[in-house]
Structure formats: C-alpha cells, structure tokens
Design a protein around this ligand. Structure first.
Ligand code: FES
Length: 132
C-alpha cells in the first residue's frame, strides 16, 4: 500500500529540523510504539523569561517511519520558544494540522511526538521538585 503524504510531511521527513540530542538536557521524554517497535526521544533545555519557564532548546531522535520523523520535527518547531504551559497543550491534531494533514492510518500510530514532549516537560518538572 502506498501512502499519500502532504508536501509538508515530505519536507519535514527529508529535511527534519532540530534532529539530534542535547547534552545534559533539563528534561527527556521517550515514547515507544508497541505495535511497530518504533521509538522517539525529545530533549529539552528550559530557560526563564520574566519569571516564566520556556523551551529554550529542543531536539529529537526518532527511529521510525516517515510520519514519525515528520511529526517529531514539527513538534520541535511548534514548541521552541513557547512557555511550558503552552508547549504542554500542543496536541496530535495541532501537529497533523501544521503538517497539512496525515493519512488517517498514520494519525494515531506515528503521531506520538506531542506525547513525548509532554513527558519531557513532566521529567523536567519532577527534577525541579526533587531539587527543592
Ligand atoms: Fe512505527 Fe510509524 S510505523 S511509528
């Protein structure tokens, strides 16, 4: 079966943004897809602007299909510079919309990056509470 991807998905797959790892990240989120075995990691560095914490830097590492890589790339672009509360609100639907749509079969199987981002933010927050 051939899947029809939008041009935006293909751009993000062929030239992903923010791919890689952050050394000593403030938070890490890892999500695996139990069905296909694909895995993705989101790394964040958190900064402070007027008492608000925001995503200063974000990178991803994804072992997965075209859609998994494109959604990871898109999530990092949507989240960069956002304060943590707004970044946490990024949904799978936001990601799919920014990619000009995903084939329905790929919507739930590979659109896991926003969940990985939420986990990275939670990881950061739990480390902060441990420090206090
Ligand atoms: Fe595994 Fe797409 S096939 S995430």
């Amino acid at each position: 079966m051939t899947l029809k991807y939008s041009r935006k998905v293909m751009e993000n797959f062929l030239h992903p943004k923010n791919m890689g790892e952050i050394k000593n990240p403030d938070g890490i989120g890892k999500i695996g897809n139990p069905v296909c075995g694909d895995v993705m990691w989101i790394y964040i560095k958190v900064g402070k602007k007027k008492e608000k914490e925001f995503i200063k830097n974000i990178k991803f590492k994804t072992f997965g299909c075209t859609a998994a890589i494109a959604t990871s790339s898109m999530v990092t672009q949507l989240a960069k510079g956002k304060n943590l509360d707004d970044a946490k609100k990024i949904t799978r639907e936001n990601v799919a919309k920014s990619l000009k749509g995903l084939p329905p079969i790929k919507m739930h199987c590979s659109n896991l990056a926003s969940d990985a981002l939420k986990k990275a933010i939670e990881d950061y927050k739990s480390k902060q509470t441990q420090k206090t």
